[in-house]
Ligand binder design. Structure first.
Ligand SMILES: Nc1ncnc2c1ncn2[C@@H]1O[C@H](COP(=O)(O)OP(=O)(O)OP(=O)(O)O)[C@@H](O)[C@H]1O
Ligand SMILES: [Mg+2]
Length: 452
């Protein structure tokens, strides 16, 4: 049953409220003083408190503050005399949900109570969503045990508790945004906003006003004043994606904010302060852009106080089986499907694909395979085609006439080089079994670096 606590020294008022609310099925407790109210609050843990601001012992506002201290989300409605606007304002500032003017209008009381419970339900939902987000970006959800990924985890751990700027570099789809969120959601500022801004998707002027906001009339379309992301981010994180694409003009403006922590809205004159942490990401080589004169060197050093480099998936193929299992779980959950079986040869195929689009491409390929699957098994025919292995140089036949085995020996070596040492791929191309290949490598004493 929903519990309501009424703290009110006028027993006539509290008894009428009580009769009214009991009829509606609420469980009621009444207190006549502030001290008694606080004690009952702790014991009874009400869902809603109706609080008179004029109590015989402690000031009602003080009672409100103490309740809010014990539970920040406590729903408290204050009851004030109609001419006491000052107290009303104070009460709202101290966190009261709503105020009711005495003598009470019961219709208004009912509406306020309804509103309070709706808000409470909404708050609970929001806090659940925040928790869910925080769970989603736990370090456990970044898959990888390869040495390169271990280094990444170490870096996330060491920067999460700081406010330093971080630069994340890596090819498209390697998990740059995922890592940025992991840093944010593992930091003491996890309840503050995480704001993403893609620097390459919009024009220079628009980007400037997105970042800093603009005042009314700053440009033709500026019909009203807006807040920029630097302001909205508060103490949270501003994730500047594709930072390599920003114009020289914005580069110098950004440098200024980072150095001084202050900025102005477009067209504005007031200096504003920002406390946001900046995490920048790029799939370009920023250092190279610096040496080509396309990116300011001073800005580069300011951004890369800490640098995290995400390896391409092809350089950490040992992580693929675990990633496949993890992504399949995620995809099945989202699509409400149950396609979890990956036959050995299909997994091997997955491990050896080039994955130019990295984890994102793997995720997309698996999503497609899950959708197309008839049973509960991932089939090779639903996965991307393996591009033909391109021979680097032409296979050279020996000038002199040689026995058959000499050609075979040279050709196997040639194929193994072309597949960069992948025996699996070599077997597929040569159409021989793995033991046969192994035997031939041994017999011919082939000195090739194999990756498996
Ligand atoms: N190590 C990982 N473990 C689990 N999922 C990952 C991992 N890396 C990336 N992903 C997933 O792959 C997808 C792409 O990751 P993300 O968007 O972070 O990449 P990105 O580097 O920002 O790519 P782009 O440059 O294309 O924007 C996301 O769905 C992300 O959850
Ligand atoms: Mg991204």
């Amino acid at each position: 049953m929903t519990r309501v606590l009424v703290i009110e020294d006028d027993s006539l008022v509290s008894r009428t409220i009580s009769t009214h609310l009991k009829k509606k099925g609420f469980e009621l407790k009444l207190a006549e003083t502030g001290v008694e109210g606080l004690k009952l609050y702790a014991e009874f843990q009400p869902d809603l408190t109706l609080l008179d601001v004029k109590l015989p012992d402690i000031n009602g506002l003080e009672v409100l503050r103490q309740i809010k201290q014990t539970r920040k989300s406590a729903a408290v409605v204050v009851m004030t005399a109609f001419d006491d606007m000052k107290t009303t304002v104070e009460a709202i500032k101290a966190g009261a949900f709503e105020y009711l003017v005495k003598p009470l209008d019961y219709l208004e009381l009912d509406l306020t109570i309804d509103k309070a419970f709706q808000l409470k339900a909404l708050e609970e939902k929001v806090s659940y969503l925040i928790e869910e987000k925080q769970r989603e970006y736990q370090i456990d959800n970044i898959i990888g045990r390869s040495p390169q990924m271990r280094e990444v985890f170490k870096m996330i751990g060491s920067v999460a508790n700081t406010r330093t700027n971080v630069l994340i570099q890596g090819e498209s789809g390697t998990g740059k945004e995922l890592v940025a969120k992991a840093i944010h959601y593992n930091s003491p500022f996890r309840d503050e906003p995480f704001i993403v801004i893609n620097c390459s998707a919009i024009s220079d002027t628009l980007l400037e006003s997105e970042l800093f906001g603009h005042v009314k009339g700053a440009f033709t379309d500026a019909v009203s004043e807006t807040r920029g992301k630097f302001e909205i981010a508060g103490k949270g994180t501003l994730f500047l994606d594709e930072i390599g694409d920003i114009s020289p003009n914005l580069q110098s403006k950004l440098l200024r904010v980072i150095e001084t922590r202050d900025f102005m809205k477009v067209g504005g004159e007031k200096i504003l302060k920002t406390e946001a942490r900046i995490i920048a990401a790029t799939n370009q080589n920023l250092k190279e852009l610096v040496s080509q004169g396309k990116f300011r060197e001073d800005l580069y050093y300011r951004l890369r106080v800490v640098e995290i480099n995400l390896p391409p998936l092809r350089d950490r193929r040992e992580d693929i089986p675990e990633l496949v299992a993890y992504l399949l779980e995620k995809i099945n959950r989202e699509l409400k499907k149950n396609v979890r079986k990956v036959p050995h040869e299909v997994m091997e195929y997955l491990v050896n694909l080039p994955w130019k689009g990295n984890v994102r491409e793997l995720e997309n390929a698996l999503t497609r395979a899950v959708i197309l699957a008839k049973g509960d098994v991932i089939l090779k025919e639903h996965l991307p085609f393996e591009p033909a292995v391109q021979a680097q140089d032409r296979f050279q036949m020996p000038r002199e006439l040689v026995p058959m085995w000499e050609i075979e020996k040279r050709y196997i070596k040639y194929v193994l080089e072309a597949t960069r040492g992948s025996k699996t791929r070599a077997c597929q191309i040569l159409e021989i079994s793995r033991p046969t290949l192994d035997k031939k490598i041994k017999d011919y004493d082939l000195k090739v670096e194999t990756s498996e």
